[in-house]
Design a protein around this ligand. Structure first.
Ligand code: PLP
Length: 408
């Protein structure tokens, strides 16, 4: 098993990484917000628009057939990437947000009634809170929240106790975008299913860091965003168990999702098209397929090893530097660190780091309830990809030292 990456070759695949920002070499540590795109993905978009741009499923003409085949091939590739039992269980969406909203609406219509309960956790992204609040408001259902310990680990015992015979669905992140905590989703799914409750996994931060086997996990819903896994913006997906999706009504009406339309009424298409109203992001889906090939080619063991090494190195260097508080110290973490430079507002520190060419995220990371739980307005977040280097982490530490000199 080869777990060593040729970082020079890999970085050459990402043209954006070689630029300078404010006259300094770019250090891109905002990968949890969106990842950069390899040339292979960029080429796929250009090839599509130059060579076979056409609408899918609708034309007998050559270009439409080529585009349809390429688009449907990615569905098969993505379904097999997730080890779905059938490619019709893979629905293309704009991304995680749309996937969660789709389930909140459609599952909600089919299964949630007044007095029923939905469970989320304290560490969720707003995308995995607000759609459930909207559903609860619509259906007069109750939203319950799994508490989190000070180190960023969910309280598993409290979780099991929150589930009652009124619980209809649990929605929880695979990996927290704000803390890096990797949740024990296999165990969480097991507990939910033992109690007859459906569970949705927000995989926005999960898939970029490792492979997921939805059958081994016995997962009912898994949501993801292509742009966070080196694919284009505007494409993502929902894996959903067929037996459930078949019972759920369409989310949006329009072309593609129908079998027959008349003014007397409409019958709906089969899966996955029932949930794909309108013209999809064809080029972006094709680009996502190329991103998957790219990641598979590098190898997931090598990706995980490099990201783990970066997380470990950055954590050690921050502790050594001192004057830095790391927010989120779960034993199982993905390659991101949320932190505060003691005595300095995250926004001030982030602005200085930007001047040094270092792109990190500052703010609440779309997780305001979590920030409230920790009693802070926000954090700084450095999120690493396999294309990052320990030298870049050294530059971040030097940047933090500079920030301290300026403000303390
Ligand atoms: N869930 C988590 C954990 C995220 O980190 C994000 C984005 O940062 C989302 C959901 C929303 O993803 P998107 O904006 O791609 O729909």
């Amino acid at each position: 098993m080869n777990t060593k990456l040729d970082l020079n070759a890999i970085r050459n695949d990402f043209p954006i990484l070689s630029q300078k920002v404010h006259g300094k070499p770019l250090v891109y540590f905002d990968n949890a917000a969106t990842t950069q795109k390899p040339q292979q993905v960029i080429n796929a978009l250009v090839d599509y628009y130059k060579g076979y741009n056409a609408n899918v499923h609708r034309g007998v003409h050559h270009l439409s057939q080529v585009a349809t085949e390429a688009y449907e091939d990615v569905r098969k590739k993505m379904a097999s990437f997730l080890n779905a039992a059938d490619s019709s269980e893979l629905i293309f969406t704009r991304g995680t947000t749309e996937s969660i909203n789709m389930v909140a609406f459609s599952f909600g219509e089919a299964f949630v009634n007044e007095g029923d309960e939905i469970i989320v956790s304290t560490i969720e992204h707003h995308s995995n809170i607000v759609p459930w609040q909207m559903l609860c408001q619509r259906k007069k259902a109750i939203l319950k929240v799994i508490p989190v310990f000070d180190n960023g680990v969910l309280d598993f015992e409290a979780y099991t106790k929150l589930i009652t015979n009124r619980t209809k669905l649990v929605a929880v992140a695979h990996i927290s975008n704000a803390l890096g905590t990797i949740n024990p989703i296999a165990e969480m799914i097991k507990v939910a299913h033992e109690k007859g409750v459906a569970i949705l996994i927000d995989g926005a931060q999960g898939l970029p860091h490792g492979k997921v086997d939805v059958q081994a996990l016995d997962c009912y819903f898994y949501c993801f965003s292509g742009h966070k896994m080196y694919g284009p913006l505007g494409i993502g997906g929902l894996y959903g168990r067929k037996s459930l999706l078949d019972q759920m009504p369409p989310y949006q009406g329009g072309g593609e999702m129908i079998k027959e339309v008349s003014f007397k009424g409409t019958t709906f298409n089969e899966l996955p098209y029932k949930f794909e109203a309108g013209t999809p992001s064809i080029a972006d889906a094709i680009g996502l397929g190329v991103a998957i090939d790219y990641l598979d080619n590098i190898g997931w063991d090598a990706i995980e090893a490099q990201e783990h090494a970066l997380l470990q190195y950055a954590t050690e260097q921050m502790i050594k530097e001192g004057g830095i508080t790391i927010i989120g110290t779960a034993p199982h973490k993905a390659s991101l660190i949320s932190f505060l430079v003691d005595g300095i507002h995250p926004f001030d520190a982030g602005t200085i780091l930007d001047q040094l060419g270092i792109a990190i995220r500052t703010g609440h990371h779309c997780a305001q309830p979590l920030m409230d739980r920790f009693g802070i307005p926000g954090t700084m977040r450095a999120s690493f990809s396999f294309y990052n280097t320990t030298e870049e982490i050294d530059q971040l530490i030097a940047g933090i030292r500079r920030v301290k000199q300026m403000f303390l």
